[in-house]
Design a protein around this ligand. Structure first.
Ligand code: HMG
Length: 390
């Protein structure tokens, strides 16, 4: 039985910062951010968007009535969840009007969580071939104003329907995974910003990639020749390129050129959104599929997932016949085209505007946020979500 990605949707907030202007404000050369880091724009989350609303907005556009009925498992991958107890999946399940006979759970392992969700979904479909699973990767990446991580912030979510006979990407079974207890990036529960050992995290990302890629080749018998493209978890677009370059000497000029060209295409969306943690790898896949003109049905796509702390995985998938007909290119183009730039002063103001941490109530102005699903406030310690269009 073929199992894989049947649908894929994306959402990012309506405002962004221009990285050239951020560089000027931070007294660094703009090329450091646009070339050295490889980011052009950075999505900014208004106070009316959190990991729940981002995920629900990402799924809203791709689900039809049949999906709502058949989805019996919602897996919410996030490292910016809103509750230590209740899963984000339960909120999203309600906001999307899904069948009550469903499981709903939250999965955490830094940026790796959505990959874990997809693999759990595969197992579920093997046992229940008629089911569909909704896997969400949703996050707001926050390092702090004027920190070295600031240029790698972002916000957004990817939603995927995993099913039998998928229409976009069949997932293969040669997965190789790796865990090692390291402190390259983490966020203690008392902090709303991540702690990071930047250089160490870069080194570990590459070391994990090299290890799982080598083991994947042994397990699958495939090498770079068999990969039409490789998508990477992208904390910033230069990161995946650094990892890819470490293996390119092993192949021919033609394959090198193909992989580098596809790499550039696979980073288009991420370059203009920033790090969305759990969803980043899948945003890169979406970018490749929607922006590439010459990807053929039947091509094999390699995928490298990395979540600090750390867990890494390499796996692959095969593009299905006419997969392009099942993408939501128009919606995603409109989402990008309708975004508005905010200047640095306004971004700093929005960044500092946080929800009360002392348990008090708050009412938020959702009319400033064009998203369908918004956070309208907090009453009696409960977040109040609204879908403006239901
Ligand atoms: P930094 O100290 O600001 O930057 O940290 P840098 O000095 O290392 O410079 C960055 C690059 O810009 C360098 O390129 C410079 O040469 C270049 P490289 O040598 O690395 O190829 N540069 C220039 N290029 C052109 N023109 C110029 C210029 N000036 C300098 N004028 C760092 C950068 C990424 C470390 C920092 O932003 C950070 O700590 N970010 C957060 C951590 C991170 O993203 N780590 C990535 C791997 S870990 C991961 O992916 C997991 C994660 O997503 C979390 C999770 O799993 O949940 C983060």
């Amino acid at each position: 039985m073929k199992i894989g990605i049947d649908k894929i949707g994306f959402f990012t907030p309506h405002i962004y910062v221009d990285m050239n202007k951020l560089a000027v404000a931070r007294n660094v050369e703009p090329e450091k951010f646009t070339i050295g880091i490889g980011q052009s724009q950075m999505a900014v989350a208004p106070i009316t968007q959190d990991s729940i609303t981002l995920a629900a907005n990402a799924a809203l556009k791709i689900l039809d009535d049949e999906d709502r009925e058949k989805i019996d498992y919602v897996i919410f991958g996030s490292e910016s969840g809103i509750d230590h107890s209740k899963s984000g999946a339960v909120y999203v399940h309600q906001l999307l009007g899904l069948n009550p006979n469903a499981r709903a759970i939250e999965v955490k392992q830094a940026c790796y969580a959505a990959t874990a969700g997809i693999q759990m979904a595969k197992g579920h479909i093997v046992l229940n071939p008629e089911s569909k699973v909704l896997v969400l990767g949703s996050d707001i990446a926050r390092y702090g104003l004027d920190t070295s991580g600031e240029s790698t912030q972002g916000a957004g979510a990817v939603a995927m329907v995993i099913s039998a006979n998928p229409r976009i990407l069949e997932l293969e079974n040669h997965n190789v995974y790796l865990t090692n207890d390291i402190m390259d990036f983490w966020r203690p529960i008392y902090s709303d910003k991540a702690f990071v050992d930047g250089k160490f995290s870069n080194e570990q990302y590459i070391a994990f990639f090299n290890k799982v890629w080598t083991a994947y080749q042994e397990k699958s018998g495939f090498d770079l020749n068999e990969m039409e493209a490789i998508c990477f978890h992208l904390p910033y677009t230069k990161m995946g390129l650094k990892a890819l370059r470490t293996v390119l000497d092993d192949t021919t000029e033609e394959v090198r050129e193909r992989l580098l060209n596809h790499y550039t295409t696979s980073t288009t969306y991420n370059r203009n959104v920033g790090n969305i943690y759990t969803g980043s790898l899948y945003l890169s896949l979406l970018s490749l599929l929607e922006q590439s003109e010459d990807l053929k049905d039947g091509s094999r796509i390699g995928m490298f997932s990395y979540g600090s702390g750390a867990v890494g995985e390499f796996f692959s998938g095969i593009l299905q016949p006419n997969y392009r007909n099942h993408l939501n290119m128009k919606d995603h183009k409109q989402l990008f085209d309708s975004r508005k730039e905010v200047l640095i002063e306004e971004y700093e103001h929005i960044f500092k505007e946080t929800l009360p941490a002392d348990g008090s109530d708050i009412e938020l102005d959702i009319m400033k946020d064009p998203a369908s699903i918004c956070l309208a406030g907090i009453t009696d310690h409960k977040r109040q979500y609204v879908n403006k269009h239901s």
